[in-house]
Design a protein around this ligand. Sequence first.
Ligand code: FEO
Length: 394
Amino acid sequence: MHAREIRHGIHAIIMAHWERRLFDSLIPLPDGTSYNAYLVEGRDATALIDSADPALQDELMEHLRGVQRVDYIVSQHSEQDHSGAIPLVLERFPDARIVCSGKAADLLTTHLGVSGDRLIIAEDGRTIDLGGRTLQFVHTTWVHWPETLCTYVPQDKVLFTCDFFGSHLATNDLVVTDEGRVYEAAKRYYAEIMMPFRAIITKNLEKLGALDFEMIAPSHGPVYDRPAFILDAYRDWVSPRMKNEVVLPYVSMHGSTAAMIKHLIDALTRHGVTVHPFDLTVTDIGKLAITLVDAATLIVGTPTVHVGPHPAVYYAAHLANLLRPKLKYAAIIGSYGWSSKAIEQITELIPRLKVEVLGTVLHKGHPTAETYGQLDALAASVAKAHREDALVTV
Ligand code: FEO
């Protein structure tokens, strides 16, 4: 895609990776992704903000073929999807210097072999004058690495944010045209990348709130020409508010756990609790992460494999523990053939989830009337806890 102007003298170079389906060999990308770089021209100097993933570095270099000068390469984040093409850009523009945070200096050196004498360290608040246009660097640590920063251009009221506010979405829309579609992609991104850092993101949102900007230009997904849309979404996601929702990842091998899950869904439904069930043998783990952003309760359903939980359940529980969602309550249900330590082992997998356990229901063989009664009691406990917390129903 050709470079497109977002402000006079500021061009977005959006490299859409339409066919990419997995990020970090972990995160499903149903809608692909993009790597965005921005060319900011001043009267005296030109800056390139971020670069591209090595997979599309040739496309970036093609864009830069007709560009006469790049004096600064602003590396807002050292992860390779934004910094990977920097060595090629440095070759193409041998006088260019890299501008980055102090913590990024080490990362760029160790990850890309960049020479230290080409680095300019941008302290928080430092500015670089391009001639009639200023780059102001704002440290926004832990969105989502310790070195991340944003770049503000006050003359144009544009804020460049790299991963912060980004969405994994390949599109030829320069700016957001379908807020519903971008909302889901941005929430997926937040859930998988940002969610563990909620507290510091809250501080970063306050810090950026002091700036007067009318456009957010992330390095994944389309540009926001209505920043309130994504700012409001982030404020909601990081807030302590939870919803009257249960996330229910499960696996069933011979139907016993599936019967329990079906009964529990019906019971929770009768109590007016929204349920998000995920059969982990077929689920998109990103969808699971999205629902974890708001839900108050996690209930894990598992059969027993070699005395422990099914490996897919093991993985989902470990992932939830890494993502540290707001979750206030949890429960474990499941079945076994002859013996099980599934409840103990799942509990050990989620020490970072500060949850109150509302119950466990583990049944030998196919569920009976007694098992269903226990599940009804569990559903009632969940509903009561949610009611007492006055959780929002949406
Ligand atoms: Fe888009 Fe953290 O890299």
